[in-house]
Structure formats: structure tokens, C-alpha cells
Design a binder for this molecule. Structure first.
Ligand code: MAN
Length: 491
């Protein structure tokens, strides 16, 4: 059966009314369907008589001869949808008992009664669009502020950086200067201190030598039992401590060895004793009194020995006397130079740290017009059933269990990760805490226009890979003039 119905076009568009068009054909395509000439398949593959158009038999391989029937599986049916948006549907859906077009034109056989709700859809679409425009409008105003503030901030940071770079140069020079001064005054200080310390050491050593001499003399007179001012073999033999081989007696050779004398001699005088004997025995010599007190084989504390001799009663090191005034003065000068150096060094370090912070700020990409700088230094939270998520702009993203427990870093600022056409559509926070049997945690933050900065949703599409939805005025665009509206009145 020949199905050939022209859409009536006469009323609203007089200029188009002259081109009748077969069912399912868009106005823009009407010129290809002229009733008085054979129809050329749109893919150019063949020509058929015009009567074959919409005759419910598929002639063209591209289905273009049957726009208004379901004869071709690959054909396209154009719904005019006056009051809403025209759409193309697969022509297999024509007269399939389901209303696909809001104007009901796809069900022209009347197998089902379609209500034309194009006007309502159009109204809703316009309302939504109006809301979107208002949102973009208001958001864009905020974005303009962000842009201004962001640019100002960048300029300020740059200026601050320049100032700091300059003062860094000065601080370096100052540091070198005070360091040189420090080195200069530390030399005489060191010399004076060493001189004082050396003198003190010498005094100490002299005292020690004096003490040793007294001990040696005491030992000599203790051993010289017959008081003939000599220590002879018999006297030394009386001291069991010289029994080196522990055989119960001090034999001649042991006695001679300790007295450092040969076979020909049998005694030593004080001078020989002090010079030759005492150095060998001072570490283990025990006076007769000690031997009685403690027994032969017991050690006695050197402290007690000192007490006995009567010197340095406490046995403690005597404190070094204060430096002389001249040395004190040199120390004060060096201390002042050291402080100046430490201060200059700290000031330089502070400047370097501040420069590093500024550099970090300036190295970040805050969008084409600095609009995203509003997120820097701010954090935004979102709580779902299980966790509180936090996004700190250009810094990091975290997750904290609501039930308590420690915070998990989901990622640190990485990069912009939108599309090639829209780089700023998403941010990536990466290298978060490692995930058992999975990748290091990371977050993709999808950004869209909103009136304020906030996380509006979070999810974990795959284990330890999170997605945040974020709204920000920085993503709003200047809305196009309201006149551009693709709701059409194609009739
Ligand atoms: C924690 C959370 C989850 C994550 C698992 C992986 O429970 O960070 O989001 O899926 O660890 O083990």
C-alpha cells in the first residue's frame, strides 16, 4: 500500500509551506524529497520513483526512502515535536505501539493514542534552562570576584617574592659578614681560653707531681724500717706485695727487680727510689698500715690513699678558676658575634622558607584567570553514611570514619585532570595512603558550576579510587544571551 502523507505546513511558515515533505522528514531535508522527481537515496546508491518513498518497502540501503515507516531497520524518523525539541528516532520505532515523539507523530497509525506533551516538556526545559542560566549568572558574578582576588593575590605574592629575593641577597651578604667577624674574634678568644686552660692544667699537674713526690717519700720512709735512709733487700722482702710469682716469699731477684739494682748492690737511697723504684710500684704499693687493715691481696681506693696523704681531701677535680678579665672580654665579644651570626643565619633561613612557600603558591595553576585560587587554603567536608570526607583545595583529600578512628589520606594535590577540551573540569589528588592489595588511594574531583564551594557527593567507584563531586562558582561561565534557544517551532 502506498503511504504518502505530506505534513501540512501551510499555516505558520508561509515560505516553507511550498515544500511539502513526506512523513518523518526534517524541514532541513525536505528539498531531497521532491514529489515531481525520482528519489535519490541519500547515500547516493540508487534512484527510485518518488512513489517508493514511504511505501512501507525498504528500497535504499541507508533506509532513506522510508523515513516515515518502520520498513527499513536503519531508517530515521524525524519528530517535529513543535514546542519542544525535534529529534530523530530509529524508524523501526514508528508505529511500534510506544510513543517516542512527544508530539505522538511516530504513532501515526493510531495503534496507541499518544498525548502531545511537547508544550509541557518545552516549558519544563525552558524553566530548567532559565534556572541554569540564573545559576551560571549568579555563579559567574562570584567567579569574577574570585578572578579579581586571585589575580591580586598572585600579584601580591609575586611582589612579596621579589622583595624577599632582594632581602635574601642582603641577608646572605650580612651572614657572610658576621660570619667573618665571628671567625675573626673567635681566634683570640680560643687562644686566650687555651692559654688559661693550659696554665690551669700545668698547676694541676704540678700539684699532682707534688702529691706523688710526697707519696713516694712517705713510702720510702715506711719501707726504711731501720731508719738508715736506705731501703735494702731485707726491708723490701718484708712486703709480700712484691712476691711476683706468689710463692710465699719475696726472693732476692724479685727484690732486686723492684729496686732496679744489680747483683752488686743491696740497697737504694731516696733519690734512686724516687726516680727508679717508685714509678714501678706506685700503682700497687701498700703502706704497712694498709696491709694490716685490708690484708695483703686487697686493693685500696686511690681516694683513701689521697686522704691519707692529706691532699685534695674530696678526691674531686678542682674547678678551674674563672677566666681573667681580658679573656672574659674576648669571650663576650665572641658571644656577641656568635649571636649576630645565629640571628643572620635564622633570618636568611626564614627568608628562604618564605620564598619556598611563595614559590609553591605561584607554581600552581589556579585556572586561566586565577579563579580557583579561592579554593587554596580552604577545606570542605562531606559526610556520607560511613565517613566524613574532606577536601583541602590544592592540598589533599582525606577520609575519617564516622564511628571514630584515624584519618586516612586519600591523595595529595596532583594535577588538573579534565578533558583535553576542558582541562579544569576535574582535579586529581594522588599518592594517598596505600591500600591493602590495591593501588595507592587517589581521588578525582569533578567540578561543576555552583553558587558556593562545596563537596556535594563522594563515591568509591573502584576500591581505593574515589570520586568527589564539587560545586564551585569558579566553574560557572558567562551565560550566552537568553535569545539563543533551541526550542523551535518547526512545523
Ligand atoms: C578503608 C577505606 C575504604 C577502602 C578500604 C580498602 O576501609 O579507606 O574506603 O575501600 O579501606 O581496604
Amino acid at each position: 500500500m502506498l503511504v504518502f502523507v505530506f505534513t501540512a505546513l501551510s499555516l505558520l511558515s508561509p515560505c516553507l509551506a511550498t515544500i511539502p515533505r513526506p512523513r518523518g522528514v526534517a524541514i532541513s531535508m525536505a528539498s531531497f524529497y521532491k514529489p515531481d522527481v525520482p528519489f535519490q537515496c541519500l547515500d547516493g546508491s540508487k534512484q527510485v520513483p518518488f512513489e517508493y518513498v514511504n511505501d512501507d518497502y525498504c528500497d535504499c540501503p541507508d533506509g532513506s526512502d522510508e523515513p516515515g515507516t518502520s520498513a527499513c531497520t536503519n531508517g530515521k524518523f524525524h519528530c517535529t515535536n513543535a514546542g519542544y525539541r525535534p529529534i530523530n528516532i530509529l524508524s523501526s520505532r514508528v508505529n511500534d505501539g510506544i510513543c517516542d515523539c512527544c508530539d505522538g507523530s511516530d504513532e501515526w497509525e493510531g495503534n496507541i493514542e499518544c498525548v502531545n506533551n511537547c508544550k509541557e516538556l518545552g516549558r519544563k526545559m525552558r524553566e530548567d534552562r532559565e534556572k541554569q542560566m540564573q545559576l551560571q549568572d549568579s555563579g559567574y558574578k562570584v567567579k569574577l570576584q574570585y578572578m579579581e582576588e586571585g589575580k591580586k593575590r598572585r600579584a601580591e605574592k609575586r611582589a612579596e617574592m621579589e622583595t624577599l629575593e632582594q632581602s635574601k641577597v642582603e641577608l646572605e651578604a650580612l651572614k657572610n659578614e658576621v660570619e667573618a667577624r665571628k671567625i675573626e674574634v673567635e681566634g683570640p678568644e680560643k687562644e686566650a681560653k687555651e692559654k688559661h686552660e693550659q696554665a690551669w692544667k700545668e698547676v694541676q699537674e704540678a700539684k699532682k707531681a707534688e702529691l706523688d713526690k710526697i707519696k713516694a717519700e712517705t713510702a720510702f720512709y715506711e719501707m726504711d724500717e731501720n731508719k738508715d735512709n736506705r731501703v735494702d733487700l731485707v726491708e723490701i722482702k718484708a712486703h709480700a706485695q712484691f712476691d711476683v710469682d706468689n710463692n710465699g716469699e719475696v726472693c732476692d731477684s724479685e727484690a732486686r727487680e723492684h729496686l732496679e739494682i744489680g747483683e752488686e748492690a743491696d740497697h737504694v737511697d731516696l733519690e734512686h727510689f724516687m726516680e727508679k723504684v717508685w714509678p714501678n710500684i706506685r700503682d700497687f704499693y701498700k703502706s704497712p698500715a694498709e696491709q694490716e687493715d685490708k690484708g695483703d691481696n686487697q686493693e685500696i681506693e686511690p681516694k683513701e690513699e689521697e686522704n691519707r696523704v692529706g691532699e685534695n681531701k674530696t678526691g674531686e677535680e678542682e674547678a678551674m678558676p674563672e677566666y681573667d678579665d681580658e679573656t672574659k672580654q674576648l669571650i663576650a665579644v665572641a658571644d656577641a658575634a656568635r649571636k649576630q651570626f645565629t640571628d643572620a643565619d635564622n633570618a636568611l633561613r626564614d627568608a628562604e622558607n618564605a620564598i619556598r612557600d611563595l614559590q609553591n603558591y605561584l607554581n600552581l595553576d589556579y585556572g586561566p584567570n586565577e579563579e580557583f585560587s579561592a579554593l587554596k587554603g580552604n577545606c570542605y567536608e562531606y559526610t556520607d553514611r560511613e565517613y566524613t570526607y574532606k577536601l583541602c583545595g590544592f592540598e589533599k583529600a582525606t577520609q575519617r570514619p564516622k564511628a571514630g578512628g584515624s584519618e586516612t589520606t586519600l591523595g595529595n594535590w596532583g594535577k588538573w585532570e579534565g578533558t583535553p577540551e576542558d582541562k579544569y573540569a576535574a582535579q586529581k589528588y594522588e599518592n594517598g595512603q596505600s591500600c591493602w592489595n590495591g593501588p595507592n588511594r587517589s581521588v578525582k574531583v569533578n567540578m561543576k558550576c555552583g553558587l558556593e564551594n562545596k563537596v556535594t557527593g563522594t563515591s568509591e567507584p573502584s576500591r581505593c579510587e574515589y570520586a568527589f563531586d564539587f560545586e564551585t562558582p569558579a566553574r560557572c561561565t558567562e551565560p550566552p544571551a537568553r535569545a539563543s534557544d533551541d526550542t523551535h517551532d518547526e512545523l
